[in-house]
Design a protein around this ligand. Structure first.
Ligand SMILES: C[S@@+](CC[C@H](N)C(=O)[O-])C[C@H]1O[C@@H](n2cnc3c(N)ncnc32)[C@H](O)[C@@H]1O
Length: 266
């Protein structure tokens, strides 16, 4: 098995065993209000949105609430089936590195916390650029390099070597109590023990995670014809990037710094 196939299989096994947390109505509401930071227009009526690595499709649901027409893909059959059955959303199992869609199909593509778990985030970025229509937008959340979480993930490597993700079910209540406040702060809602365990599994037991600098992502995206509209850090672990696909951008043009002005991305 080559490296890519190995990582894909390990990541799929991980998320089939312990999917990303299900936040329910409260998370959909939070995602809906946060979505205005990136998509400030009043309605997203009829916009075709692809949510890559969507898990149960809660981000997609938030955009559907605003009039968009989302399609979700996830590496796991479990999440795609749940999204279809319980969230009544159009969802299929597929790999972010090989999207089963024609070029320029979507007005908006989204990958929240996904590409850093793939064998090659650049291939994922390229796939996003390919399926986003010229003038369309791509929203990405990635782990940042040189953050406290980056250090913690590296330090917890021995833990992943000697334990499996099923160990989260044995985390003692006092540890859950310690991680509850920061976790609830980051996700913006109250969490039960199962939700906390799922988030801890996502943060510390995922078999593969990569960490990125803003400069490298902006440069790589620009080389793929994605122009930066907005970027903002998220707490001590990641960064949001909003790009617009520009069919006229020439390869190798120096990356512009963040414009910080979401209007230019409308
Ligand atoms: C941290 S969760 C984020 C879920 C979702 N984006 C959200 O914010 O609710 C990462 C998700 O990406 C999915 N994933 C990981 N690697 C993937 C890949 N190569 N292709 C598609 N999905 C992938 C996992 O199955 C998991 O559901």
């Amino acid at each position: 098995m080559n490296r890519e196939a190995h990582l894909r299989s390990a990541t799929r096994t991980h998320y089939e065993a312990v999917p990303f947390f299900c936040g329910g109505d409260k998370r959909v509401q939070n995602c809906r209000s946060r979505s205005f930071r990136f998509f400030p227009e009043e309605a997203l009526d009829g916009l075709r949105v692809l949510d890559i690595g969507a898990s149960y499709g809660e981000v997609a649901l938030a955009l559907r609430d605003r009039g968009a027409e989302p399609v979700c893909v996830d590496l796991t059959y479990r999440a795609a089936a749940y999204a279809r059955k319980f969230n009544r959303i159009n969802a299929i199992q597929a790999d972010a590195l090989r999207l089963p869609f024609a070029d320029s199909c979507f007005d908006i593509t989204i990958a929240v916390g996904v590409l850093h778990h793939t064998a090659d985030h650049l291939v994922g970025l390229k796939e996003m650029a390919r399926v986003t229509r010229p003038g369309g937008r791509a929203l990405i959340f990635l782990y940042s390099a040189f953050t406290p979480y980056h250090g913690l993930y590296r330090l917890s490597h021995p833990l992943r070597r000697v334990t499996s993700v099923s160990s989260v079910s044995r985390i003692p209540p006092w540890v859950l109590g310690l991680v509850r406040p920061p976790t609830e702060f980051v996700v913006g809602q109250r969490l039960n023990a199962e939700q906390i365990k799922s988030l801890v599994a996502d943060q510390f037991w995922t078999p593969h995670a990569t960490f990125h600098t803003k400069r490298a992502i902006v440069r790589d995206a620009q080389n793929l014809g994605l122009r930066l509209c907005l970027t903002r850090p998220s707490y001590c672990y990641g960064r949001w990037f909003l790009f617009r696909r520009d069919s006229t951008v020439s390869r190798g043009t120096p990356a512009s710094d963040e414009c910080g002005d979401v209007d230019s991305c409308r």
